[in-house]
Design a protein around this ligand. Sequence first.
Ligand code: UDP
Length: 477
Amino acid sequence: MASETMKLPHVAVTASPGLGHVIPLLEFSKRLVIEHGVHVSFLVMNTNEQPSAAQAQLLQSPNLPPGLQVVDLPPVDVSAVASVRFTRLCTIAEESLKSLRSVLMEIGKPQALIIDLFASQAFDIFSELSIPIYSFFTTSVAFFTFALYLPTLDREVEGEFIDLPEPIGIPGCSSVRPEDLLDHVRNRKNDDYKWFSFHMRRLPLAAGIFLNSWEDLEPVSLKAIREHRFYLQIPTPPIYPIGPLIKQDEPLIVSDEEYLAWLDKQPSDSVLFVALGSGGTLSAEQLAEMAWGLELSKQRFIWVVRKPSDATAATYFNVGSDVNDPKTYLPEGFLDRTQGVGVVIRSWAKQAAVLRHPSTGGFLSHCGWNSSLESIYHGVPMIAWPLYSEQRMNAALLTEEIGVAVKPVLEHGKKVIEREEIKRVVRLLMESEEGKVIRHRVKKLKESGVRALGKGGSSYESFACVVEKWKEDEATK
Ligand code: UDP
């Protein structure tokens, strides 16, 4: 047991670029400090380009607890780095990690290092420093099982996975339809695949793996990892389900207060929130259909809009800095016709504050894992609109296994989901009996998520068990 006089353990945490990584690892760090009395150095990967406005706001927040120190890693020059999103992300992470050793020596050798899944070069850098490295897996447990199975799949399958005629069986878990596979494994000859399989092969090197999920949310996948011979023979490191770790409070600025004040005036569960993560963008044609679909549904909405783009994640590295005028790209007259019914926000909203609000009754989301957890934690049912990365797999999990989302249908041969279909799913979620069943299910899961995080809950205890070990190690030093 930790005694009063025991020295606090110091750990370092680093996240690869992108808010989908920075946000959960920062939450993880805050929790270590506030609830478990650990001192955390949060190491930020930087480039010679301006960080996104949204990230800067988060890391400079006055609400960070005193035991959490934000440390900038030296900036990486990205002028010659590939622009393809995932390869760029991995290259920046690799370059940033080169300075890790010297930075850690400067701030004092930590007891443990926690990385996310795309920073696995840290295993090589640290092999001789005897600092245990834990991995924080930023997406679902279902996806984690897929990641552990990937090396086997790679060995056994010839050609492309997306051409397989049948769903891919993952040991002990639900199968994955080839068309739902994440972007990074859809072409085995490109750099994205090389990076992705490189990092996933190294998952077993971790001293332990923190999973941002909890027992009641993904019981089948967790059972498989603990009991199925496939995962036992890898062998998979100890796993710690500690979720749902989601973004809590953020300081509000004046424009945030405007839409939150509007929400205050709406009936409970009546507003659909539409937001596509940090990167998500729609083509011009799809954006127009979305606008018409929302208008035709006659439901209240808050929509985070971005300039159309043919890339699905155009704002991933600069979100919040992409200033533009929605009038120039939304259908003519849309803003006037929907005045009072809907609110349009440019680029970035305080999502946690919107989802937490009692008037919010639905979330049309790109199904990034953080957004999915935030929605469940606040008891908000979803419309699944996956765009990039592993979001199609998350969408399948949320609609078919967990049952908290509905998914619009893309008609065969069409490039976009049309307005009538959008109107149908929005009404289904917000008004129908089927929508009520989904809402009821998500509210139950919300309660179980809250229980898991509270003292004595499965996630709290799982977290405490690792911290206790760090404290004991510190005491015997
Ligand atoms: N987010 C936000 N406001 C927005 C869009 C996104 O606060 O307008 C936050 C959201 O709450 C979540 C994160 O950005 O915590 C996005 O992470 P996620 O894993 O959902 O998706 P990614 O951005 O990695 O695709």
